[in-house]
Each structure stands twice: as structure tokens, then as C-alpha cells.
Design a protein around this ligand. Structure first.
Ligand code: 5GP
Ligand code: ZN
Length: 131
């Protein structure tokens, strides 16, 4: 099965990669709902929660902890939301977990409504890659 996320895994489409191991890949969402909005995907193609196996799901959950911690530490966010869409609400039919930082100031609370406040993922990537 060839999908956009499989192409990202193969390196055929570029991404701002945050984490990779033999089972999963994490990278910044191209159209973020907040600064640091990350997608965490299995390297094998599973469609959704019904399709993914338990072992891979465990890897996703374990790595989601690492990503959450990294976003909290590097971006000083005040909360993190994990979302995983299925069915008609799922645009890309390759299982993925959204990891979305939440910021506690008024401007950031309205980030989803006012997308212009959100930084370019390239600039967020620079912050996340700093030591
Ligand atoms: P879904 O609605 O399927 O849960 O969300 C799919 C997400 O994938 C969206 O937030 C969208 O911005 C993101 N996305 C779609 N295509 C690409 C891409 O080529 N690169 C990256 N980094 N994100 C993508
Ligand atoms: Zn795929």
C-alpha cells in the first residue's frame, strides 16, 4: 500500500523528523494546529485503530511519552493533547497519532481559530533541534 506517509517513511517526501526507530517515525505536521504539532506513525502501513496490531500500538504509546516530554521541555507548552482519527474524520489512511502542544496564553488558546499566529514548522523544528 503506497500512501503519503509511506512515502515520507521511504524518504520520497521530505519531513521535519523529530524521532525515528525501527518501528515508528515522528515528524511535524505540515499544517499545524499549534506550534510543535507532531504526527507519530508506524513504519508499517496500518489503516487505523482496527487495523494496527497491539505490539505496534505499544511502540506508538511508548514513543508518544518521549515526544510529549520533548515538546514540554523544548517548547514550554502547558499541556499536550493526543488524538487519533478513524473513519471519515481521518484524512490520511495510515494510522497516526497527533501530539498537539497546548499553550496557556490567550493568543495561543485561539491558535486553531487564528492560524496566522502559528509559526512555520521549519522555525519550530529549529527550536526542537537545539540542544
Ligand atoms: P487526519 O485528519 O488524517 O487525522 O490528519 C492528517 C494530518 O496529516 C493533517 O493534520 C495534515 O496537516 C497532515 N499532513 C497531510 N499531508 C502531510 C504531509 O505531506 N506532510 C506532513 N508533515 N503532514 C501532512
Ligand atoms: Zn502508508
Amino acid at each position: 500500500m503506497e500512501c503519503i506517509f509511506c512515502k515520507i517513511i521511504k524518504g520520497e517526501i521530505p519531513c521535519f523528523k523529530l524521532y525515528e526507530d525501527d518501528k515508528v517515525l515522528a515528524f511535524l505536521d505540515i499544517n499545524p494546529d499549534s506550534d510543535g504539532h507532531t504526527l507519530l506513525i508506524p513504519k508499517n502501513h496500518f489503516k487505523d485503530l482496527d487495523d494496527i496490531d497491539n505490539e505496534t500500538l505499544l511502540s506508538i504509546n511508548n514513543v508518544s511519552r518521549k515526544i510529549k516530554k520533548m515538546l514540554e521541555e523544548k517548547l514550554n507548552c502547558d499541556g499536550v493533547t493526543l488524538i487519533q482519527n478513524n473513519g471519515d474524520v481521518q484524512e490520511i489512511k495510515h494510522y497516526h497519532m497527533h501530539i498537539k502542544p497546548f499553550y496557556n496564553n490567550k493568543k495561543s488558546i485561539e491558535l486553531i481559530k487564528y492560524k496566522e499566529y502559528i509559526k512555520d514548522p521549519k522555525d519550530v523544528y529549529e527550536i526542537l533541534k537545539e540542544n
